[in-house]
Design a protein around this ligand. Structure first.
Ligand SMILES: NC(=O)c1ccc[n+]([C@@H]2O[C@H](COP(=O)([O-])OP(=O)(O)OC[C@H]3O[C@@H](n4cnc5c(N)ncnc54)[C@H](OP(=O)(O)O)[C@@H]3O)[C@@H](O)[C@H]2O)c1
Length: 338
């Protein structure tokens, strides 16, 4: 592989102003910090956060800024020679970058602890590798670190919005660890996806009584493990009402984004049910640890990202995917960069 010399200039899809559509512009990286590698991006995937950051710049990035938090691609330069890991120039890696984003570009710099080696293209495709990223790591940290579903084999899980990016990974983790799963969705593709994942009871929340359906599926007991990654206030009470005594109710995301008073109301409901309410904190958590577990689960056939669409690295196509995020797709939408 030809050695990269810095500075390197390449193309990115950037938000030149907050809420402006993405445009193709030149971008330059001058150097790498010792803990970073430079990755030539093969694929990136879109998360719910991308359109939010584009429209509201919640991370207060300085325009122009580049969206894209998940990637797969080839390491082309290292900030530090011979560090103590298995990543080197030429390695094909996948993972998730921090809040500065940048994966909607031909190259991105990323902390080496934020990526892991992808075994081979036949096992995990370049697009699949990019589809894991933030969504899988959110599901992993919620289910394996905040709670520990490996101790819940045979119990019931209720995954709210199980056809979404985070939700479909949560459903598959639950199935992989032997839980019985009831999951909700409304979009036809999401409902079909849940059936194809072997979910024991699928609830269409737009037409069915969710609380009644979860109690019916669990023989009146409720779900021992409830996972809510929707960030939709209207779902919290419903899902809290169905947690079983002795169980856990876990939500993804910050309470500060919810209506005032909701946290107290939900905590009270969960407590009355004799269960515990938990929220993930990923502080101190190294993404590469979670990414290594997914390789094993993927090889075993226990987890596969559902990619509903692959869009080209073109401003109009990516903007359309950002504008339509969550409206039509189930699972993940991926951008093919190079
Ligand atoms: N670190 C974090 O805190 C963090 C990280 C990543 C993501 N997030 C947040 O997590 C949320 C989910 O992300 P994602 O990538 O999984 O988004 P997504 O792919 O759009 O999935 C959202 C899911 O929520 C479901 N849903 C919406 N309203 C519902 C309702 N009333 N009842 C049940 N399900 C409902 C949708 O189901 P249908 O489409 O079938 O109706 C959809 O499957 C986003 O808000 C995102 O910002 C937070």
């Amino acid at each position: 592989m030809t050695a990269i010399t810095f500075p390197i200039t390449f193309k990115v899809l950037a938000c030149e102003e907050v809420a402006a559509p993405v445009t193709l512009i030149d971008w330059t990286i001058d150097s790498l910090a010792t803990e970073e590698v430079l990755v030539r991006v093969s694929h990136a995937s879109i998360n719910a956060s991308d359109p939010i950051i584009q429209k509201r710049n919640i991370f207060r990035l300085t325009p122009p800024y580049v969206l894209g938090y998940d990637l797969s691609g080839t390491v082309v330069a290292e900030g530090q020679a011979n560090p103590n890991d298995d990543i080197e120039v030429g390695s094909f890696v996948f993972g998730a970058v921090g809040i500065s984003g940048g994966c909607f570009g031909e190259y991105v710099k990323v902390k080496r602890t934020s990526v892991a080696l992808r075994p081979d293209n036949a096992t995990v495709s370049d697009a699949q590798a990019a589809a894991y990223g933030v969504a899988y790591l959110c599901a992993y940290s919620s289910l394996m670190i905040v709670d520990d579903i490996s101790k819940r084999a045979g119990q019931w899980a209720y995954v709210v919005g199980g056809g979404g990016g985070v939700g479909h990974f949560a459903v598959q983790l639950c199935k992989a660890y032997g839980l019985k799963v009831v999951a909700s969705a409304s979009k036809p593709e999401a409902l079909e996806l849940l059936k194809s994942l072997g979910v024991d009871a699928v609830v269409d929340y737009s037409t069915q009584d969710v609380v009644a359906e979860v109690f019916a599926a669990t023989n009146g007991k409720g779900a021992d493990f409830v996972y809510n990654s929707t960030c939709v206030d209207a779902t919290f009470k419903q899902s809290a009402l169905v947690v079983a005594s002795g169980g856990s109710w876990v939500r993804l995301g910050a309470w500060m984004l919810s209506a005032p008073g909701l946290v107290d109301e939900i905590t009270e409901i969960v407590k009355k049910r004799g269960a515990e309410a938990k929220s993930p904190s990923v502080a101190g958590f190294e993404p590469s640890a979670g990414l290594k577990t997914v390789i094993r689960l993927h090889k075993e056939g226990n987890i596969v990202p559902h990619i509903s669409k692959i869009v080209p690295f073109e401003a109009a196509a990516v903007q359309e995917a950002l504008d339509n995020f969550g409206k039509a797709n189930a699972g993940k939408v991926v951008v093919k960069i190079m």
